[in-house]
Design a protein around this ligand. Structure first.
Ligand code: ADP
Ligand code: MG
Ligand code: ZN
Length: 708
């Protein structure tokens, strides 16, 4: 593993320079008759320690994002995770020392426990989910440091990683080197590596660079960012129609192989296709939502190829005149607004699915292949972007926005894992400032948003390496391998001439009437970008909250209903959806409106807090949990479990007296002017009431009693 090597070399050079400088100072001092004082030496050693500690901990996000600095910070101990919710409440996740490593990878940050049974699970944050992160409170002391890393991520929550006692970096590197392979082994021995959620799946870092870049070559470094990535995405969207594009077969996912087929979609001689009206209308819906221009007349072509996934040996698609072209999709990258032009939107039919059995499921190593034609003939819309995207993060954000848009249009269930949304990424590099595009490769086979980003990151890195060595990029189709995080060369790309396109003589041209278009335009829902803007302007939400809510139209709808039910303060309602509910949903692999808490109940929970019946932390903790578990309303849960908050001054007064008696030293401190110490007393009351006391009332009682 090529961990830190470059940095260590850099630091050694710094160390040597500082040591020489120290020697020189000491020498000059002595030759002038001075005495070497201990404090001078101490000062210099501290300086050296600081330099080393600082240079190694200064991990600029930009540097990392370039995808070249995959590295591990081996940590001796990992003390715990704390979340700071948007309302400012701190909540402890788990605590306890656990050996492991924080891995800084091109895709994001991962906490990797050394062994599974040792404490916390693996956690990961994609760079695009990490809004800000910084190392704070780092106290470098000769090869040691401690501090914490703040990661404020998706949904406005902050995750704080406490890092303690980083041991010598040599040790750390050794430890990380142990952690890495352990995980690789774990990933491989698992029965169903596929079932691991993609975000947590172990991804080996990309292969180390051929040789560590020596520090003596600063020009090398400057050359690296001289290339600009150019990215264009092709999205294939399976429409959620009931029947296929040209026959009446059902389109449901997951049926037994070859049970959803008929004479038409298996290409029997003498059959004729009948276009699916709904598929055409939904393609128009997509086109109109993207602001594309609908062609007054477009036709279907046959795209011929010799490959068994279409029994007809051709696929019906559109060629020179797509159903729509132009338009744009606007999206946000970490709060910055970007937009990408749309090249074309066309309708075609999906192909069957080929399963390659044997070695790793790859074509080359397969023993045999099985074909399932259930998918063959399902209407498929292809949305091609212009090559306007420049970074992997942008590509991911574009795709996320596309997914949200399609969800809100209700035209597809857009599941990347099920293949109802598939994306090919076209990636090329060009010298900065150049206007012409370079040779591109097309990456396929990515089944999550994160994979798309990872694949592009890898591909940019791969092409950069080739170009830096003066080699050429081969125009080809490459496959993304989830496990290794690499793209693997496939067939060299066909050109359109290879497909022998010709108009399908069995299908009539499409000429959507102006009245049909205006009818469809009239049924378009509020589009996500509008909705986000409205949540900010009308409800006063923070842009990040609006973004998080609108990602899923279902969540945004539920939120709106909850706002209606609650009647005021949409921000308070939003906190539930981006906070606790999002977390519950995350744990269950569903979305925030699907955890079993209706919008009315969310409003009720917040009202119980407002009325002082329960505290916010009770609402978010026990009460919410029981609502989910029992299916009862929050009011019932509170009434039945005696969870209500104690605000009664009489009852609390007694407990306050007990606490004052039990903590004479603290009482002394508070009386002596250390007012902050009162928190400890409040804490004790909370402990004695199992969190049910109204902290505000307790504080008032204490302040009153102590006369401060
Ligand atoms: P193909 O016929 O190979 O599929 P297209 O010209 O239809 O190629 O383009 C497909 C996608 O690739 C589009 O999204 C386009 O913007 C993008 N693209 C085209 N050329 C490049 C390039 N040099 N680098 C990156 N993306 C590109
Ligand atoms: Mg293509
Ligand atoms: Zn059929």
């Amino acid at each position: 593993m090529n961990l830190f090597r470059r940095r260590l070399w850099g630091d050694r050079v710094v160390l040597i320079i500082v040591a020489l400088a120290t020697a020189a100072v000491v020498y000059v001092y002595q030759t002038r008759g001075g005495e070497v004082r201990l404090y001078i030496l101490t000062g210099w050693s501290l300086m050296v320690a600081w330099l080393i500690g600082f240079s190694e901990l200064r991990i600029g996000r930009k540097q990392l994002r370039r995808g070249r600095d995959a590295m591990f910070l081996g940590l001796a101990a990992f003390v715990g995770e704390e979340r700071i919710d948007p309302d400012g409440e701190r909540r402890r996740g788990w605590t306890g020392a656990a050996p492991g490593a924080l891995a800084f990878e091109p895709h994001g940050i991962r906490w990797v426990p050394k062994r599974l049974d040792e404490g916390p699970e693996e956690l990961s944050f994609a760079w695009s989910d990490v809004y800000t992160w910084r190392l704070v409170g780092v106290i470098p002391f000769v090869w040691r440091a401690s501090g914490y890393l703040l990661i404020s991520n998706y949904g406005g929550r902050e995750n704080v990683f406490h890092i303690h006692g980083i041991r010598s970096w040599r040790h750390a590197v050794r430890e990380a080197a142990i952690v890495g392979p352990t995980l690789v082994a774990r990933g491989h021995s698992e029965a169903e590596p596929q079932s691991q959620p993609a975000a947590l799946a172990w991804v080996p870092p990309p292969p180390p660079e051929p040789e560590p870049v020596p520090v003596e070559q600063p020009q090398e470094k400057e050359k690296a960012p001289a290339f600009e990535p150019v990215i264009g995405l092709e999205c294939h969207v399976e429409l959620a129609t009931h029947s296929k594009m040209f026959c009446g077969c059902p389109t449901t996912f997951g049926g037994a192989p070859n049970t959803q087929v008929c004479a038409v979609c298996t290409g029997q001689p003498g059959t004729l296709p009948v276009p699916n009206r709904r598929a055409i209308e939904e393609t128009l819906r997509i086109a109109l939502a993207l602001g594309s221009t609908v062609a007054p007349r477009s036709i279907f072509h046959r795209k011929n190829y010799f490959y068994p996934d279409m029994p007809k040996n051709y696929q019906v698609s559109q060629y020179d005149i797509p159903m729509a072209s132009g338009g744009e999709l606007a999206f946000d990258v970490e709060g910055d607004r970007r937009s990408t032009r749309i090249h074309r939107v066309h309708l075609e039919e999906d192909t069957g699915k080929t399963l390659h059995a044997g070695e790793g499921g790859r074509i080359g190593a397969a023993e045999h292949a099985s074909i399932d034609y259930n998918r063959a003939g399902i209407p498929l819309v292809e949305i091609v972007s212009e090559a306007d995207l420049r970074t992997p993060e942008e590509a991911r954000a574009y795709l996320t926005e596309m997914r949200t848009l399609l969800l809100s249009l209700g035209v597809s269930n857009v599941r990347l894992e099920e293949g109802s949304l598939r994306c090919d990424a076209n990636v090329s590099l060009r010298p900065k400032g150049a206007t012409e595009f370079g040779v591109k490769t097309e990456i396929k086979n990515m089944n999550s948003l994160r994979s798309v980003q990872r694949a592009i990151e890898f591909e940019i890195e791969r092409q950069t390496r080739l170009l830096e060595r003066g080699e050429e990029i081969l125009q080809e189709t490459r496959h993304f391998d989830e496990e290794s995080g690499q793209t693997i060369g496939g067939r060299s790309k066909e050109y359109s001439a290879d497909y022998r396109y010709f108009p399908d003589p069995d299908l009539v041209p499409l000429e959507p009437s102006p009245s049909l278009l205006s009818e469809i335009r009239g049924t378009l829902p509020e589009l996500p970008s509008r909705r986000r803007a409205r949540f900010v302007s009308e409800f006063g939400l923070a842009p990040a909250d609006a973004r998080a809510l609108v990602v899923s139209p279902g969540v945004a709808d539920a939120f709106q209903q909850a706002v209606l039910a609650y009647g005021s303060s949409p921000q308070l309602v939003a906190r539930w959806y981006v906070g606790e509910l999002a977390q519950l949903a995350n744990e269950r692999g569903v979305e925030a409106h699907e955890v079993g808490v209706s919008p009315e109940r969310v409003a009720e929970l917040q009202r119980l807090v407002d009325d002082g019946k329960i505290s916010l932390s009770m609402a978010k903790g026990d009460v919410l949990r029981r609502v989910v578990e029992t299916g009862r309303s929050p009011g019932e849960v509170v009434a039945q479990s005696g969870l209500s908050q104690i605000s009664d001054t009489g009852e609390l007064g007694g407990i306050v007296e007990e606490v004052l008696e039990a903590n004479p030293e603290i009482v002394q401190q508070v009386r002596g002017g250390k007012t902050g110490a009162i928190n400890a007393l409040v804490g004790d009351v909370m402990k004695r009431t199992k969190g049910q006391a109204n902290a505000q009332v307790v504080r008032e009682l204490l302040t009153h009693r102590l006369g401060s």
